[in-house]
Design a binder for this molecule. Structure first.
Ligand code: HEM
Length: 70
């Protein structure tokens, strides 16, 4: 079953999409997660969103994603 934020909605990526409800991700400070969304993650499918989303929208989308587990 696909869980919200579980990263298992799209399975074609290597490395796979992060599970935003995992302790791996939740252990990272918000500032670090915001940077990942801003700049993307090198050598992964996680693209930079800073040209598409405002800083405020990036904060909002992270806050929303973190409600899946917190
Ligand atoms: C606005 C939409 C998105 C948001 C808010 C978002 C958010 C995140 C966050 C917070 C992480 C964790 C990064 C970390 O551990 O530092 C992550 C990782 C990741 N995301 Fe996204 N993501 C988005 C869209 C996407 C899309 C569309 C894809 C695939 C096409 C994707 C692929 C990935 C992958 C592969 C990782 C793991 C990167 C790694 O191994 O370090 N993301 N994402």
């Amino acid at each position: 079953m696909v869980r919200k934020g579980g990263g298992d909605g799209a399975t074609q990526f290597d490395p796979s999409v992060a599970d935003l409800t995992s302790s791996d991700v939740l252990a990272k400070p918000d500032s670090r997660l915001l940077k990942s969304i801003h700049e993307g993650r090198p050598n992964t499918a996680m693209d930079a969103w800073k040209s598409k989303l405002s800083d405020e929208a990036i904060r909002d989308v992270l806050a929303y994603a973190l409600t899946f587990s917190r």
